[in-house]
Design a protein around this ligand. Sequence first.
Ligand SMILES: [Zn+2]
Length: 159
Amino acid sequence: MDFSSISAAISSLQAAWTVATNAIDRRDAALLSEVKANMMQQLLEVSTAALELQTKAVHFQELAAGNSEKYSKLNEEFMEYKKRVEDCSRYELVTLASGSHVYVSPVADSGMKFPTYFCAACMSESKKTILQPFGYRFRCANGHPDILAGKDGLSSRWQ
Ligand SMILES: [Zn+2]
């Protein structure tokens, strides 16, 4: 039963009430009994419908609360991802003498004498992983393949 059905049932109850008051005025016991039974049936239908609507309302409230929680969590994840992407965009992609690519932090920003190198594969996943020297290679702590720096090391820009 929906709202329009409830409205119809309430209208029927009001009509039955009018008939009942007329029956009382005329002291018509048979008509009064019939109207009373009709009103009880209408009240039962309205009560059942109201209970169904209340159950649905509770269900929708629970859904809305769950969706709100999911939205908050997704928004939080998005903001974290956006922050990581913005942070990664500050670094510059450079080509090593070997032809391999790494990201490098601006020396002025890091306050260090030499630039810090970051794994390009990790940066593509919006992760910042400092590359560690390993012979003529750089090694990513996240398990990406070693990056060949070449015997001469970095491109001419960073030598
Ligand atoms: Zn990596």
